[in-house]
Every structure is written in structure tokens, then in C-alpha cells.
Design a protein around this ligand. Structure first.
Ligand SMILES: [Zn+2]
Length: 144
């Protein structure tokens, strides 16, 4: 499967063995991604090929995180020791739809109000007329 950052500078191909993924809620992942939690897919480092090497943020004494210094996309997580595995951010895959959340990690810092959101009202992007107008004025259409 292929993936990469928002601007397209960093691209990867990864061999994916199954659909298992998870949410990490630890404070370091929250800080590093700016998100309440981050969806990760664990992969063998040997199964990831970078077409363009990511930048690496030295995020703690034990870990580092691949990202794109041009657009800022968080691409994953890896321990510094040669543990064999690393994580890729689920949403950085070109098609993240196959992955299924199997567990929560970093449960001590879960923000519970954001876990069960199924009952909240849903609004589609295309129904937000002011946003549609901005896109049409700028590019002639909505992005794919
Ligand atoms: Zn980028």
C-alpha cells in the first residue's frame, strides 16, 4: 500500500499484512500530532520503503517520528532501538479505509468526551456553502 504527506514530497510503500490498527492517546502523540488521538498502523520497518526519506523529529530519549518538514504531516513513530517495528499514521495512507481500530493505547490520557461521537450531528463538506464558494472561486471546483 502507498501513502505520504499532504504536499506529496514524502512518499512510502508499505507491505501490509492485516487490517489491525489502533488509537494512541498518549500525551506525546497528542502533542506531536495536535490531535486528541492518533490512528496508527504497526508495520515491520523492513516492510516500509520511502520513495523520499521523511524528516525525523527526535521526540524523546527513546523514540523519533517521521514527518514532512515542508507541509508538517505526521507520518508515524519509531523507537530508536532496532525493535523491528514502527507505526505509520493511518490517515497518511492513500486509502486508509481498510484499517480497523483494535485497541486504545495510552489510555491514561484518553479524552473520553471524544471517544463516542456517533450520536453527534453530521455535516457534509459539500453542504457548507461558504466553503464550497471559496473552493469554486479559487479552483473552479471542490477538491476530490
Ligand atoms: Zn509534505
Amino acid at each position: 500500500m502507498t501513502g505520504g504527506c499532504a504536499c506529496g514530497r514524502v512518499r512510502y510503500t508499505a507491505h501490509i499484512a492485516d487490517d489491525d490498527a489502533y488509537l494512541c492517546h498518549c500525551r506525546m502523540c497528542q502533542r506531536a500530532t495536535g490531535s486528541i488521538s492518533i490512528a496508527f498502523k504497526s508495520v515491520a520497518q523492513a516492510d516500509v520503503r520511502w520513495e523520499h526519506e521523511p524528516d525525523w523529529f527526535d521526540s524523546s530519549p527513546i523514540a523519533r517520528r517521521p514527518f514532512c518538514s515542508q507541509c508538517g504531516t505526521s507520518l508515524g513513530f519509531a523507537f530508536k532501538d532496532d525493535s523491528g517495528n514502527m507505526d505509520l499514521t493511518v490517515a497518511s495512507f492513500d486509502d486508509p479505509s481498510r484499517f480497523q481500530p483494535r485497541h486504545h493505547f495510552g489510555a491514561e490520557s484518553i479524552h473520553r468526551a471524544w471517544l463516542n461521537t456517533e450520536d453527534l450531528p453530521e455535516k457534509r463538506t459539500a453542504d457548507h456553502q461558504k466553503l464550497v464558494d471559496k473552493w469554486v472561486a479559487a479552483t473552479g471546483r471542490m477538491p476530490a
